[in-house]
Design a protein around this ligand. Sequence first.
Ligand SMILES: Nc1nc2c(ncn2[C@@H]2O[C@H](COP(=O)(O)OP(=O)(O)OP(=O)(O)O)[C@@H](O)[C@H]2O)c(=O)[nH]1
Length: 380
Amino acid sequence: MNEDETLSVGIADLPNQRHKIVSRNGAALTLMLCGESGLGKTTFCNTLFSTTIKPHMDIETRRSKHMEKSVEIEITKAELEEKNFHLRLTVVDTPGFGDFINNTGCWESVVEFIEDQHESYMRQDQQPDRTKIIDMRIHACLYFLRPVKNGLRPMDLEAMKRLCKRVNLIPVIAKSDMYTRHDLAMYKTRIAQVLDYHQVNIYKPSMDEGDPVFQRQIQGIINAMPFAIVGSEDDIQTADGRTVKGRKYPWGTVEVENEEHCDFKQLRNLLVRSCMLDLIQRTEDIIYEQYRQEQMQVRQYGEPKLRTIDNSKFKEEEENLRRRFTEQVRKEEARFRQWEQRLIAERDSLNKDLEAQHVQIKQLELEIDRLKLNSSSRKR
Ligand SMILES: Nc1nc2c(ncn2[C@@H]2O[C@H](COP(=O)(O)OP(=O)(O)OP(=O)(O)O)[C@@H](O)[C@H]2O)c(=O)[nH]1
C-alpha cells in the first residue's frame, strides 16, 4: 500500500465521509423568523430559497391578527432539493411579535415555544423506542430589526437577551435599502456595541476547520454581522441589462445578491451553505445539552416541566381579573350594607308600631277594667 492509499482510507478522509453521509441523508433545518410585522420576513424567506415558501398575509387577516393582540406561532414546512441534496425545511413565523403599543413580555411565548421543542425532544429521547422522534428544535432564529438612533429598541434588546440562551440568534437589519450607506454603517457599529455591552450571545460560526479558503469565507460572514439585508421576490433589469432579484427606485436599483448593496449573500452562505451543519450541531451539542442539564438539576425523571416563564400578559390579565373581582365584592358589600340598614330601619319602625299598639291595648284594658268597676258599683 503506498502513502496516498493509506491517507485515502485514514483520518484525512473523514471530512469526505461526513460529506457523503450528509449528502445522502440530506438535512432538516428549522428556521424561526422573529420581528415586527412588515419588516420583510416573508419576502426574505422566499428570496432565500428562490421559491414561495410562505404566502404573504392578506390585509384582512393581518388586521384581525392585530385585534387579537397576541403572539402566534405559524409553522410552514417545505421539501427542497438542489444538486441531489435534500433539505427538509421548517419555517416558524411569529405573527404579532412586537406589534402592539405595549410589547412587554411579547418574547415570552416565543421563548416558551423554543423551550417546548427542547422539552419535547428530551421526552422522546427518554422513551425506549427512539426511531420515530419528531425533532422541531429551532436551529436558527433570524431576528429582524428596525434600528433606531441609539442602535436597538429596548424591546428588541430584552427579547434578544432571552432568545440567545435558547437558540442560535442571528440579528438582521431589515429593509436595509431604506438607509444611507453612512447610517447603515453607524447602525451596524452601534448594534454590535450594544449587543456586546449587554452580553447578548449572538451566533458566531465556528472557525476551527483547517481549510484556509473556508476560514476566509467564515471570516467574511463574521465581518458582515449584523447582516444588513434586502429582500425581493421580483426580477428587475439593471442598467447594464442583467435580470436580477432586486428593488427598483427612481434613483437606481438595489440588487439582492450584490455584496456592494447588502449582506444577503453572506447570510445565505451562513444559513444554507457554509454553516448549516454548524447551526444544527451547535443546537444539539450546546443549546439542547444546556437545556437538558438545567432541567435534570431541578426535576426528577418523568416530572413535568416547571413553568419558569411568568407570562406578563397573563399576569396583567390575572391582575385585571383580581381588580375586577375586588371591585365587584366591594359593590356587593355596599349593597348588602344598605339592605341591612333598610331592614333595621323597618324593624325599628315595626317595633315602634308594636309598642304603640301595646300601649293602646294597655289603655283599652285599663278602660275595660274601669268600666267593669263602674258597672259593678252601680249594681250595688
Ligand atoms: N424597501 C424594502 N421593502 C421590502 C423589503 N422586504 C420586503 N419589503 C416590502 O415590505 C412589505 C412587507 O413585507 P413582508 O415580507 O410581507 O413582511 P412580513 O415581515 O412578512 O410582514 P407580516 O406578514 O405582516 O409578518 C412588502 O410590501 C414587501 O415588498 C426590503 O428589503 N426593502
